[in-house]
Design a protein around this ligand. Structure first.
Ligand code: ZN
Length: 295
């Protein structure tokens, strides 16, 4: 673990960071952009609490058994979809990432995990994602912690189509996503939604002011109106101006303000890392979000 300025700042933090060093090694993807370097950069910056693997029955609240059996049985690197590679140990990584997300709910913390989750569908991997960590966390909070209504706020630059699908017919979970559109995976466009699914598509080039305006006009009223007991954040940082995968212009200050605005809506809050593909900037963006969550 490093001892940079962010580490000292974390020493005063209320929010605990849950992760595990094995998440770097159990899911080898090189030369993929969703690389172990993302996690190593975070572990080098922050002190963490180590999470444990989720149990299979906790995962089965969101994913179909036949898909989980296929993941567990992989015995060689395999392309599960055009963007998503998995190896013989990726199942262990996915269970650990989901388990860290559950621990983040327990602690009101922030799970720093990979692989990310919000594109994963009930029956298949998609878009770098194997298991939908934030969805598993929401069902865990309801089933094992007695939470009622939960809001998931997803500010990753891509639409959280997996999370949307899992909760599409579940009116106990509000899903709100702000994302660049059109962009991968293509869903989440204007007019796509229902009573408890709210999409906020934003044009390429949107920056801090655009995001904060959309948050104030659409996200905040939706979440307040839903009156959740718990807010979970799909915290992706790929809307950052320097991110290689998208075309947004959000800065560290923008993520700090988004986190602050989200925290203001939440009686209880936990966050789960999604995207953010520039390992050099990712720790500073996580730090900014931590400052906002604690403000
Ligand atoms: Zn993303």
């Amino acid at each position: 673990m490093g001892n940079g300025p962010a580490r000292r700042a974390f020493g005063e933090a209320v929010i605990q960071l849950v992760s595990h060093p094995a998440l770097a090694e159990l899911h080898p993807t090189e030369p993929h952009v969703e690389t172990r370097e993302r996690l190593l950069a975070l572990l080098d910056t922050f002190g963490i609490v180590e999470g444990r693997p989720a149990k299979r029955e906790q995962i089965e609240l969101c994913h179909e058994p036949a898909y989980l059996e296929r993941l567990e049985a992989l015995d060689a690197p395999t392309l599960l979809d055009p963007d998503t590679v998995a190896s013989e140990t990726s199942w262990e990584a996915a269970l650990l990432a989901a388990g860290c997300s559950l621990a983040a709910v327990d602690r009101g913390g922030f799970a720093l995990v990979r692989p990310p989750g919000h594109h994963a569908l009930p029956d298949r991997a998609m878009g770098f994602c194997l298991l939908d960590n934030v969805a598993v966390a929401a069902r865990y909070a309801q089933k094992e912690l007695g939470a009622g209504r939960i809001a998931i706020v997803d500010w990753d630059v891509h639409h959280g189509n997996g999370t949307q699908q899992i909760f599409w017919e579940d009116d106990s979970v509000l899903f709100v996503s702000m994302h660049q559109w059109p962009l991968y995976p293509g869903s989440g466009g204007p007019g796509e939604g229902n009573e408890t699914t709210v999409n906020v598509p934003l044009p390429a080039g949107s920056g801090d002011e655009d995001y904060l305006r959309a948050f104030k006009e659409t996200v905040a009223p939706a979440v307040s109106g839903f009156d959740p007991e718990l807010v979970l954040v799909s915290a992706g940082f790929d809307a950052h101006v320097d991110d290689p995968l998208a075309g947004m212009r959000v800065t560290a200050n923008g993520f700090r303000e988004l986190a602050r605005a989200t925290s203001a809506l939440a009686p209880r809050l936990a966050a789960v890392l999604e995207g953010g593909y520039e390992p050099g900037t990712l720790p500073g963006l996580v730090q900014a979000a931590l400052e906002g969550f604690q403000a």
